[in-house]
Design a binder for this molecule. Structure first.
Ligand code: X8Z
Ligand code: ZN
Length: 607
């Protein structure tokens, strides 16, 4: 008998003792009744520990100090210990003729990593909290031209420069300034990867990447193939957008900065990771469009604060028939960046307990981008509220892509007409016509696709050991060139850690979810618009104020993770496959237009 197995048995006895249930020490042959009691005890224990873990992490990310980091790591480790022990103990019941719910719970319980050595568990959780904290407090401190120390810049300020400046040298400086921060935790990351893999292997997975790919109700190889299938489906649309963007960037910055062929330098897309390009819409907008209506400008001019922006988003959800956010949401959320302390500003939504303590943490600025992100975060919050009656192991999204897609689905209904309805756009404002609006949307949704795909393609190779630390950047940029058509604005080095300059790599949050969400949100949007009886073009549909559509959404949200995700997808859309088709339908008029523009540009360049 291995020592880990003995530990698992001890853990099971400990649960029995702690919960005082009638559950006896495992007999030689497991029974269905024993498995059911085991699951009930496991859920009770994990539920309790998850609440402590959430509190520790909340404090850790809201007040980054050495002490809070230690507190956060302490509770994470306790959770990790329990979930690992329970995962191992759960194996005993595999193969029993359980009811479908219990069988599903047993499976979900085993989709985790298990580190049997307490020292390694401690090192693992400490590294994870430390990297999240390091990312949160990283700053770029440029020197003044005279060599003296200049003011340090936090990520938010740097993102603003990337969004607004059109000076390629300044853009490059800021881009490099941020990407110079992550090498500080590169070594820690590579050690963390080794520990994480060890934990995945103890549970029988090939590595952590395989564990991640196993979370989608299908074998991991099939999931990788699904991702590739989806990418191939939407790739032609991305290519049309990339080609058009190249022409426009060449016009703006000249041929010395933007080459006629090959990858485009990554600092020119208005975003630190070039994952969304909406900030450069003014450079790309169709001739004749005024682009004069600017939500960011309205928010600033009218001094609409973070709370009001959040309340506007809440109003969308209540218009669908959903509940008002609980008072504790408003009391406990962090909506603006504190002036006197470091926090993890990357937007997030938190289920704090098994009731309705839900919060968001976000450094809101008055921009259209943040307005949309608040809708995204509230999507998570309403999902938490909808499934909070489910048993612990089902209190989750149908898969993680569903969780990321809900708020974005709602934000697709934030159309110019809707903004007029709620008074955030003057009634007489001339919004750009269809193509302008679609282009704006494509700069967030279509531009994102290869980024969403390639982040975890890189991590899968890191976790499998195919990519070693000295090749982290080499491989990161191979993928970015291959999928996104972009290049690093300066030489690649063996010490570099550009992937670590992205929050989800530093904090070890899987990323395939956002790629899936990019497709799913259009499937959900199309389904809700149909439910609302809408028959026009998808990009003009808004389900604001339609409780019938709201009920359809709510029905799926309430299922949580209780059923395999294809059933949840079926409940809302009648489809049982994630598919790029709804996204392609939404953007079809833009694709035709982009291809015509690109043909004209190509013809003009020939002459
Ligand atoms: O991280 C997020 C959300 C929180 S789950 C703000 N997103 C991804 C990112 O910022 O990289 C939303 C879209 C992609
Ligand atoms: Zn999210």
């Amino acid at each position: 008998m291995s020592s880990t197995f003995i530990k698992a048995l001890l853990a099971v006895s400990a649960i029995t003792a702690a919960s005082g249930s009638a559950y006896a020490a495992p007999a030689a042959k497991p029974t269905v009744a024993e498995a059911e009691r085991f699951l009930a005890d496991a859920e009770a224990r994990l539920n309790k520990l998850s609440i402590e873990q959430a509190r520790g992490a909340w404090v850790g990310e809201n007040f980054i100090t050495d002490d809070t980091e230690a507190i956060s790591a302490f509770f994470s480790e306790r959770y990790l210990t329990a979930s690992g022990e329970l995962a191992l103990a759960a194996r005993r019941y595999n193969g029993l003729p359980l009811k479908p719910d219990a069988a599903r719970k047993l499976k979900l319980l085993q989709l985790t990593l298990m580190l049997s050595d307490p020292k390694e568990r401690e090192a693992y959780t400490a590294a994870q909290t430390a990297m999240t904290g390091a990312y949160g407090k990283a700053k770029y401190c440029p020197k003044n031209p005279d060599g003296s120390a200049g003011a340090c810049m936090a990520l938010g300020e740097m993102e603003k420069v990337l969004a607004d400046s059109r000076d390629p040298n300044r853009l490059k400086e800021i881009w490099l300034g941020w990407h110079a921060q992550s090498p500080a935790y590169k070594q820690r990351y590579s050690q963390y990867v080794a520990l994480s893999n060890k934990g995945a292997r103890e549970m029988g997975f090939a590595d952590t990447g395989a564990l991640w790919r196993s979370q989608y109700d299908m074998p991991p190889e099939q999931f990788a193939a699904e991702m590739e299938r989806l990418w191939q489906q939407v790739k032609p649309l991305y290519e049309s957008l990339h080609t058009y963007t190249r022409y426009k960037l060449r016009q703006a910055y000249g041929p010395d900065v933007v080459p006629a062929t090959g990858p485009i330098p990554a600092h020119l897309f208005g975003n630190m990771w070039s994952q969304t390009w909406d900030n450069i819409y003014p450079l790309l907008k169709p001739a004749g469009e005024t682009g004069s209506y600017d939500l960011s400008k309205v928010l600033v001019e009218r001094k609409i604060d973070a709370k009001e922006m959040t309340a506007d988003a809440e109003r969308f959800y209540t218009s669908l028939g959903m509940q008002k956010l609980p008072a504790s949401f408003w009391e406990r959320s962090l909506l603006t960046k504190p002036r006197d302390r470091d926090v993890v500003c990357h937007a997030s939504a938190w289920p704090m307990d098994d009731k309705d303590d839900v919060r968001i943490k976000m450094c809101i600025t008055p921009t259209a981008e943040d307005f949309s992100t608040i809708h995204h975060e509230l999507g998570h919050v309403y999902y938490y509220l909808a499934y909070n009656k489910q048993p612990y192991l089902f209190r989750n999204g149908a898969n993680d892509g569903f969780h990321e897609a809900i708020g974005d689905t709602v934000a697709l209904s934030v159309t110019p007409d809707y903004l007029k309805t709620i008074g955030l756009m003057p009634k007489d404002a001339a919004a750009d016509a269809d193509i302008g609006q679609l282009l704006q949307r494509a700069l967030t949704k279509v531009a994102f696709l290869p980024f969403g795909y390639s982040v975890d393609k890189w991590r899968w190779d890191v976790y499998s050991g195919k990519t070693k630390p000295a090749d982290y950047d080499k491989h990161w940029w191979e993928l970015r060139e291959q999928y996104m058509g972009m290049s690093r604005p300066a030489a690649i080095s063996e010490q570099g850690f550009d992937a670590g300059a992205k929050y989800h790599v530093a904090a070890d949050v899987p990323y395939a979810r956002y790629f899936l969400a990019d497709m799913l949100q259009f499937q959900f949007h199309r389904a809700l618009c149909r439910e609302a009886g809408y028959t026009g073009p998808l990009h003009r549909c808004s389900v604001y104020g339609n409780p019938k559509a709201g009920a359809k959404l709510q029905q799926m949200l309430a299922m949580g993770a209780s059923k395999p995700w294809p059933e949840a997808l079926k409940a809302i859309s009648g489809e049982d496959k994630i598919d790029g088709n709804a996204l392609l339908e939404y953007f079809a008029p833009l694709k035709t237009w982009l291809d015509a523009q690109n043909a004209q540009f190509a013809a003009a360049e020939k002459h």
